[in-house]
Design a protein around this ligand. Structure first.
Ligand SMILES: [Zn+2]
Length: 393
């Protein structure tokens, strides 16, 4: 199949391609950007005049098992598994239809999201492609302990990681600090010392995994950075003086030097900061300092936590660009190419490039001028299949 007369943003540059204006989708689910004069006679071609193609979006931080309308974190696991699975399938479908072709699930309690992941991989269910962390490693009574990943000693911590490995996870998640949704847990506090973090990350690496670390407090950020995790989630710079008040330039430089990605989980609720000029300026200053230190970002939402809906990433990008003062191209890069690199799948996903999985969205208008254009994709392709039904195959 061929999509012709397109404008193409490949994800490689800050501008639209001045070479490619068509995309060939191959039988094996990969694609190849081409020029329209390379169209083969008899090839099934669709005229996409007025549309722009972008790589499919990636949300680097979601929780498929959490219902955003439920505030009690203990409530989710109490539903029958069949109902939880059905809700999760539905969420992956909504995400895909919104243009999110890949999502990284950073924690659940019963590996049900892995079941849905496998159903999607095998083609039994149509939904966003998933990479799953299973149960996050956490301290006794620590952040999200209700998911079952508690450990006090190093031995127990490694056993938690081995259990995730035996379940077939795609990566490891470690709660390096406390979090807001867990009663009794303090976001500012580190949950593990440096030695345990080092051992746990080394163990995960030896098993072949990337590591995502949940980090609000600055001590936890330091432990995670020195241990060499792959992504730092939230990166909230919390300490005794409050949220965002403990930015550490040396530590930010370490994060950058080690090539660790920052996944700031800016979600739609951050719109509240737009009404508060002082708060907004403080957030922008913090992002500015991280950028100055060389930190690089991936787009992420923490979808599933109260009031953060699973399919919202496309609507969130505009807010993210305002908070982090990123251009539309930089923001889209954070949600495509950067995210694919951070997830360790850049050889398959994140760009419109020959041989990569044909995950792409078609939008109207000029998304490199207005990110709002990605909120309403005209069509979404996953592995070369049109999922909104516009392009009959
Ligand atoms: Zn989370």
């Amino acid at each position: 199949m061929l999509l012709k007369n397109l404008r193409v943003w490949t994800g490689e540059d800050a501008t639209y391609s001045d070479v490619f204006n068509a995309i060939r989708i191959l039988e094996d689910g990969t694609f190849e950007p081409i020029q329209s004069d390379e169209v083969r006679p008899g090839e099934l071609a669709f005229d996409c005049q007025g549309l722009t193609a972008l790589p499919g979006l990636i949300d680097a931080h979601v929780h498929l098992g959490l219902d955003p309308e439920v505030t009690d974190p203990f409530a989710h696991g109490k539903l029958p598994e069949s109902i939880q699975l059905e809700a999760m399938r539905h969420r992956t479908k909504m995400m895909l239809h919104a243009g999110i072709t890949t999502a990284r699930d950073l924690g659940g309690g019963a590996w049900l999201e892995l079941t849905v992941r496998d159903e999607i991989r095998s083609g039994k269910h149509q939904g966003t492609r998933l990479l799953c962390a299973g149960q996050p490693l956490t301290s006794l009574g620590g952040h999200c302990h209700f998911w079952g990943g508690e450990a006090t000693t190093l031995e127990e911590a490694l056993a938690v990681l081995d259990r995730q490995h035996s379940k077939g996870v795609d990566l490891i998640k470690i709660m390096a600090t406390g979090g807001s949704i867990t009663p009794g847990s303090q976001p500012a506090d580190a949950q593990f010392d440096q030695a345990l973090m080092d051992h746990a990350v080394n163990h995960a690496r030896a098993l072949g995994y990337e590591v995502a670390a949940h980090c609000h407090g600055v001590d936890g950020i330091r432990h995670a950075a020195h241990a060499g995790v792959t992504t730092i989630e939230h990166c909230s710079w919390v300490g005794p003086s409050g949220w965002g008040k403990h930015f550490d330039a040396d530590l930010a430089a370490t994060i950058a030097a080690k090539g660790i990605w920052v996944s700031p989980t800016v979600n739609l609720n951050w719109r509240r900061h737009l009404k508060n000029p002082e708060g907004l300026a403080a957030i922008q200053a913090r992002f500015g300092k991280m950028k100055q230190a060389g930190c690089r970002f991936v787009a992420s939402t923490d979808a599933g936590i109260p009031n953060v809906f699973h399919a919202d990433l496309p609507k969130t990008l505009d807010v993210f660009s305002m908070m982090a003062e990123l251009s539309p191209a930089e923001t889209l890069t954070a949600a495509t190419r950067n995210a694919a690199e951070a997830l360790g799948v850049s050889d398959q996903l994140g760009r419109i490039k020959k041989g990569l999985s044909a995950d792409l969205i078609l939008v109207e208008g000029d998304p490199l001028t207005s990110l709002r254009e990605v909120e309403t994709p005209v069509e979404v392709f996953l592995k070369g299949r049109a999922t909104l039904g516009l392009f009959a195959q």
